[in-house]
Write a protein that binds this ligand. Structure first.
Ligand SMILES: *[C@@H]1O[C@H](CO)[C@@H](O)[C@H](O)[C@H]1NC(C)=O
Ligand SMILES: *[C@@H]1O[C@H](CO)[C@@H](O)[C@H](O)[C@H]1NC(C)=O
Length: 433
């Protein structure tokens, strides 16, 4: 499954010096939660090990730097649906019902939502809840090397009819995602290649009537080692600036007053000690003028090798603090789209498992009638079940409560949110937006 970037290797840095003075978080939460209905000591042990010990760096960061927040037990959304003690029956009964006015926004800050061509439900949701989104990003394009030249692949994915329907329903900007797959050293070192890349992107926006693009390149550059070379790293930032300037000096016939926009995808730094390949606060500052928004991938904290919550709230807080400073730079904060996963994970605790969609989640609830638990440390819901081969699983999937708290977190900073991705959520999630 493609996410803006796959980050399954969060544990990599755990052998560094930081791991030695790691703080042991309080394990009692998981133990209490688990022991009230299951006395399976092995499961408890696995949870303690996975929750507490393996994501050492991130846990260290979030425990050390995050304030203790009070968890509200329910919130504004009508009928008391937003709560920690939700049951699987309630989720099954309510998830497809939309209680609020689908055209009224409850979250006032920018909302960017990704749509994937392989999940048609996302296209439907984008139309149905159109007014709730300010930016829609269909995942359509790749900029590739072809011999010594470049091509922009993906127009075959583009759905002009869908875009014109969107435009009759609301004002959301349409910014297709472009992944920069071209060989980075060629691209960054050669002026002609950079100019060509920029021209391909701007021309595509003009011809197709897009409002700009969402660019993903940082993770690729990191993978190619580009970001460890100070000169190349500088060129990489300059390329983004050049692209931003080119987009800003173009506009569409449809709306001459409005410049094309550039949203840039960034990953959360792995620790407080920034490394060369991390996108840090100085990078954020340096791109401020050229970039209209930063899509921050605050998810995939856990993976099959270290099962656990997808995006612990304190970790999100610590990432925002690291990027914006403890006071929070309000000017920059309104450009940051805090990432929210609308997918979940079904982890096999003996190893493996992976992402699930809302539909998968609902069928697991139907099949296993599980007790949904609220995990206080990460502020996410989860449940455990045993499959037909007697393997234990832990399932983390967003809930109204977990989403509500993350929207509050984005509000606290004055930031927006970015959703990966629309087709994977449950319909009633959109009531909160
Ligand atoms: C829903 O909200 C929109 C925007 O605030 C408003 O114009 C419309 O009248 C509302 N519809 C209903 C049925 O309340
Ligand atoms: C989780 O936190 C809430 C509020 O802080 C508290 O009332 C509740 O007892 C805690 N639950 C567990 C299992 O620790």
């Amino acid at each position: 499954m493609a996410k803006p970037t796959k980050r399954r290797d969060r544990g990599v840095a755990s052998s560094s010096a930081a791991a030695q003075n790691r703080k042991q978080p309080d394990a009692s939460t998981e133990q209490d939660v688990l022991s009230d209905s299951t006395s399976d000591r092995k499961l408890i042990l696995i949870f303690v090990v996975f929750f507490v010990l393996s994501p050492a760096i991130a846990v260290l960061v979030y425990l050390k730097y995050a304030p203790v927040t009070e968890t509200p037990s329910s919130s504004a959304r009508g009928g008391g649906f937003v709560k920690t003690d939700v049951t699987y029956q309630e989720v099954l009964a309510d998830n497809s019902r939309v209680f609020e006015n689908a055209s009224r926004r409850n979250f006032g800050n920018p909302v960017l939502a990704y749509i994937t061509p392989w999940n048609s439900k996302g296209c439907e949701i984008a139309k149905r809840f159109n007014s709730k989104f300010t930016h829609l990003s269909p995942v359509w394009y790749e900029l590739k090397s072809q011999g010594s030249s470049l091509t922009l692949d993906g127009r075959h994915n583009a759905d002009a009819e869908w875009i014109s329907e969107l435009r009759t329903k609301g004002d959301a900007l349409v910014l297709p995602r472009v992944v920069l797959e071209a060989l980075p050293t060629e691209l960054l070192r050669k002026k002609k290649q950079r100019a060509k890349a920029i021209q391909l992107i701007v021309t595509e926006c003009e011809e197709m009537g897009y409002d700009g693009i969402v660019l993903e390149s940082w993770s690729r550059w990191a993978a190619y080692g580009i970001l460890h070379d100070p000169d190349l790293r500088t060129m990489a930032l300059q390329f983004i600036q050049e692209l931003g300037r080119a987009l800003h000096s173009a506009s569409l016939e449809r709306n001459v007053g409005q410049k094309l926009q550039l949203v840039y995808v960034i990953g959360p730094p792995r620790s407080k000690e920034l490394e060369m390949h991390d996108f840090g606060p100085a990078d954020l500052q340096s791109l401020d003028g050229a970039v209209d928004g930063f899509s921050l991938m605050t998810y995939d904290f856990s993976g099959p090798n270290n099962p656990g919550p997808n995006a612990p709230l304190k970790w999100i807080h610590s990432v925002m603090r690291l990027l914006l400073g403890s006071g929070g730079d309000k000017g920059l904060a309104h450009k940051v789209f805090v990432g929210l996963n609308f997918y979940g994970n079904d982890f096999d605790l003996s190893g493996g498992g992976g992402a699930i969609t809302g539909a998968d989640y609902l069928s697991l609830l139907e099949k296993h009638s599980p007790l949904l638990r609220w995990e206080n440390n990460s502020e996410e819901h989860f449940f455990a079940y045993t499959d037909q081969n007697n393997a234990k699983h832990a399932v983390f999937y967003p809930s109204l409560m977990s989403i509500f708290l993350r929207l509050e977190e984005a509000r606290y900073w004055g930031g927006g949110i970015s959703i990966w991705e629309l087709g994977q959520g449950l319909d009633y999630f959109y009531d909160l937006l």
